[in-house]
Structure formats: structure tokens, C-alpha cells
Design a protein around this ligand. Structure first.
Ligand code: KIV
Ligand code: ZN
Length: 510
């Protein structure tokens, strides 16, 4: 009988700490629903004490997710833990994750605390957290570079104080798989009360070893892996959820445990995170890259046709490739539309919102005959944008002709008041952005502009991501349309709306 391996997803917390990957409350809730649909055991939704915005986002996730445990991160400080406890009040199942650094380099230079003070603070933190929930995780930050005797002492005491999960982070991605596996083994052997807690690992990918280190830990008794969709995370990222889950699932002959993840939702989760953060997935990325199941060489194709397993160890459909079935078209009615949204877990705030989405679906079906699930996700996020933003695109005319200077004429409404502008540019997108800037004068710096097709074919919707930087804030804006210049204008306005919002999204350095 296989043991259960807990999947702890930290896309919304460590993933969000990646520069430029900051998410709004609504975006976090959408990703959380997708993680819940995938049957992720624990969703780390954010760092509530970091900002009011993050507090509200963690609260919104805690209030709306029912099947997964919702977790919030807190430094080993009473105020952080209180805030986290408050944010998680509405969760069906809540976990507080508290941490303090234990490596000599962090204790001396960052915390400026003696090892005994660190132990004392860690124990207090776990006790504070236990006042809110009996599900408490403790992490000795930079465990990969900490002294094992010290780790054994602090971990024994936090278990006594009530920690139920001990997470061992390789914070700087420094350890080697063999070494990390041994560390987990020794901790389990040497800590007298180690059987009272679940051992977890949290590996960073600075040397490209995050997944290998996590799997080595599993072979040595770890029963929780912390990971992120697409491997998003600080610097080179965290262990990628899809790689961890599929390695364990594909090699059931090797691993003593399995996850309860429904892998058929992996590709949609990857696309959702990529579109919200604006971080594209490299084509050769394992599991979720566009080429992960593509066979180019004749020898491989021939082998696959004769017997699939000659070159394929997993089936593309098992991770959700090709699952975007054509279900709706121009003649589909409102009920079929509503039913499909419900099946996909797309929620609408009111009947008015559903009606507006239905109208836009009909418009889209006129331009693009086949509507896929991905189109519906894009339509839903566009609708959220339309309902909540103060700057909206009313109309856009662009002219581009060989040998002529492109220009754009745009109408934008600001809280219902229409404003007109026109501008020339080096191309139609440049002209459009200049026209918007001539009206709104944001002074923001464009850091990234990317276009992806949501589905295949030249009639597909293009999804544009725009990243803007202003006064220490970085925001991503998205827009989707079958016309990529219109999608670009929507994405630019979406980013400006986020810059104007009062939500503070800064993360304190930890
Ligand atoms: O990398 C790390 O050490 C962390 C901790 C907060 C778990 O993200
Ligand atoms: Zn981390």
C-alpha cells in the first residue's frame, strides 16, 4: 500500500516573490481554484503580514477554497502570526507556516541573533501559532547550510511546542541530492520525537537540482514536497509541481508513495499561471512545455506509430494536453454556456456579469468559430477586468501600411468619461501605447511585452502580457482578443489600472 505524499503548492507565495510575478487578489483566487481542482493538499496563499493587499488575498483564498488546506506564511514574530491567524479565520482547514533562519551566516549577519535566541523565538512562534490552529508548520530557513546538531536541537523543541510539519528548506539551492537525502534521513533518525511530525522539503533551483533534491528527500522519508506550478519562485525558482508529481506517478515502481493530484489539470494550471504572471513556459520544459510530447525525428515518429511506449513514458492526455475539447460554438445557448463555466469552475458575481460574458462569448464565436476552454478562461478574466477597472478601452482604430507611418486612434473611458487621442508609432502597438500615454501620462516604464496564442490557428485569440514598472512597483497586465493590437491595448490598460489601484503589493525581504 503506497503512502500519501502531501503536495504543498507555494505558487501564490514563493512563486509570487519572483520579480514581476506579483498577483492581484482576484488572480490569486483563480489560481487557488485551479489548485483545488487539481487536488493540491495545501495551498500557501501568501504572506499576510507583508502588506494589506497580501492579507486580503490570503483571506479571499481562505474564504473560497473548500477542499484544500489554506496556509499563510509568517515570520517568527507575534504580529506576523496574529495577522496570519486572522487572514485564515474563514478557512475550512488552515495552516500557519512560521520560519526563522538557522544557518550561521543568516543568524549572524541577517538576524543578528545568537543561536539560543533563535531557538527561543522559534518555540514561542510555534506556541503563538497553535493558538489559532493545531496545524502548524515550522521551517528552519537555510537549513541546507545549517549545522545538523543545531537543526536537531531546534526541531526537537518546536515539535514539543506543537509543530506538526517540519519543513527543511534548501533556501539557496546549494545542496546536492545525495547530501540532501542524507540530511533528511539523519534528522529523522536523530531527533527523538521525529515521528510526531511530517517531514517536508522546500528546494530552490539555483543549481537546477530542486526536483532531484526533493525526490531524494522523499526516498529518505520526507512526506511533503513544497513546489510551484512551472517552477516559479525566488531567483531560479522552486521545485516544479508538475515534474515532482509526474516523476512520482510515472515511477511508482521506485517511489514508496504517491500524491492525490488529478494530473489532467496540470496543463491548464501551467497556462493559467503563465498568463497571469506573464512568465512564458520554455518549449522544452518537462511536462508542460509545448514540445514536451512532440516527436520530430523520423526514427522516433516511426517508433511511436509502431508502439507508443518506445519513446513515451507518459501520455500527453494524462497531464491535460489536448483536453481543451471543442464544446461551444456560435449556436450554443445561455444554459450550455453557464453549465460549461460551472464545470470549469469559472464563477460569476451576478446574473448581470453572466449576461455580459455571454454577449462577449457570442461576439467571439462570430469571429472565431471554435471556442475552447482556454478561450472561456480568457473571456472570464477579461470580464473581471472590465467590471472592476477604472480605465476601459472603448474603441481603437489602427492604420498600418507598407511605407507609411503607423498610427492609432483610441477612445478610453475613465469611470464612464470618454477621452480621445491619436498617435503615430514605429508599429501599430507602439502607436497604440503612445496614444494611451498621451491621455494618461503614467510615466511607467515598459519592461515586457509578450504575445501568446491561447489556442492554435490564425483565428486564435492572442493573449498579450504587458509588464510596467513605476516607483518600485512592477505590475503585469493581460488582455485577450482575436486582434492582437486590441489585446495589447487591453493589456496596457489593465497594467495601468493595477498601478493606479491602492493595493500595496510590496514584499518585505525575508
Ligand atoms: O526558501 C525558503 O527558505 C522559504 C522559507 C520561507 C520556507 O521560502
Ligand atoms: Zn523559498
Amino acid at each position: 500500500m503506497q503512502e500519501h505524499l502531501i503536495i504543498f503548492d507555494t505558487t501564490l507565495r514563493d512563486g509570487e516573490q519572483s520579480p514581476g510575478a506579483s498577483m492581484t487578489k482576484e488572480e490569486k483566487v483563480r489560481i487557488a481554484w485551479q489548485l483545488e481542482r487539481m487536488r493540491v493538499d495545501v495551498i500557501e496563499a501568501g504572506f499576510p503580514a507583508a502588506s494589506n493587499g497580501d492579507f486580503e488575498a490570503v483571506k479571499a483564498v481562505a474564504d473560497s477554497v473548500k477542499e484544500s488546506t489554506v496556509c499563510g506564511l509568517a515570520r517568527a514574530i507575534e504580529m506576523d502570526i496574529q495577522r496570519t491567524g486572522e487572514a485564515l479565520k474563514g478557512a475550512q482547514s488552515a495552516r500557519i507556516h512560521t520560519f526563522i533562519a538557522t544557518s550561521p551566516i543568516h543568524m549572524k549577519n541577517k538576524l543578528r541573533m545568537a543561536p539560543e535566541q533563535v531557538i527561543e523565538q522559534a518555540v514561542k512562534a510555534v506556541r503563538w501559532a497553535r493558538q489559532y490552529t493545531d496545524n502548524v508548520e515550522f521551517s528552519p530557513e537555510d537549513a541546507g547550510r545549517s549545522e545538523i546538531d543545531f537543526l536537531c536541537r531546534i526541531l526537537e523543541l518546536v515539535i514539543d511546542a506543537g509543530a506538526t510539519t517540519l519543513n527543511i528548506p534548501d533556501t539557496v539551492g546549494y545542496t546536492m541530492p545525495d547530501q540532501f537525502g542524507k540530511l533528511i534521513n539523519q534528522l529523522r533518525e536523530r531527533i527523538p520525537n521525529s515521528d510526531k511530525a511530517v517531514f517536508s522539503v522546500h528546494c530552490h533551483n539555483d543549481l537546477g537540482l530542486a526536483v532531484a533534491n526533493s525526490l531524494a528527500a522523499v526516498m529518505n522519508g520526507a512526506r511533503q514536497i513544497e513546489c510551484t506550478i512551472n517552477g516559479l519562485g525566488e531567483r531560479a525558482g522552486n521545485a516544479s509541481l508538475e515534474e515532482v508529481v509526474m516523476a512520482i506517478r510515472t515511477r511508482q515502481d521506485y517511489f514508496p508513495c504517491d500524491t492525490r493530484i488529478d494530473a489532467t489539470h496540470i496543463v491548464s494550471a501551467s497556462k493559467l499561471v503563465s498568463s497571469i504572471t506573464g512568465f512564458p513556459v520554455q518549449p522544452n520544459k518537462a511536462i508542460v512545455g509545448a514540445n514536451a510530447f512532440a516527436h520530430e525525428s523520423g526514427i522516433h515518429q516511426d517508433g511511436i506509430l509502431k508502439h507508443r511506449e518506445t519513446y513515451e513514458i507518459m501520455r500527453a492526455e494524462d497531464v491535460g494536453w489536448g483536453a481543451n475539447k471543442l464544446l461551444l460554438g456560435k449556436h450554443s445557448g445561455r444554459n450550455a454556456f453557464r453549465a460549461r463555466l460551472t464545470e470549469l469552475g469559472i464563477e460569476f458575481e451576478s446574473e448581470e456579469m453572466l449576461n455580459s460574458m455571454f454577449m462577449r462569448f457570442k461576439e467571439l464565436a462570430d469571429k472565431k468559430h471554435e471556442i475552447f476552454d482556454e478561450d472561456l478562461y480568457a473571456l472570464a478574466s477579461d470580464e473581471v477586468i472590465v467590471q472592476h477597472e477604472c480605465f476601459r478601452l472603448v474603441s481603437l482604430i489602427v492604420h498600418s501600411e507598407t511605407g507609411e507611418v503607423p498610427y492609432a486612434r483610441i477612445v478610453i473611458s475613465e469611470n464612464g468619461n470618454e477621452m480621445h487621442a491619436e498617435s503615430q508609432g514605429s508599429g501599430p502597438v507602439d502607436a497604440t501605447f503612445r496614444a494611451i500615454e498621451s491621455l494618461l501620462n503614467s510615466g511607467a516604464q515598459l519592461q515586457l511585452y509578450s504575445v501568446n496564442n491561447i489556442t492554435s490557428g490564425t483565428d486564435a485569440q492572442g493573449e498579450v502580457t504587458v509588464r510596467l514598472y513605476k516607483s518600485d512597483r512592477i505590475v503585469n497586465g493581460q488582455g485577450a482578443d482575436t486582434d492582437i493590437v486590441v489585446a495589447s491595448a487591453k493589456a496596457y490598460l489593465n497594467a495601468l489600472n493595477k498601478l493606479c489601484s491602492k493595493l500595496e503589493r510590496a514584499h518585505p525581504q525575508i
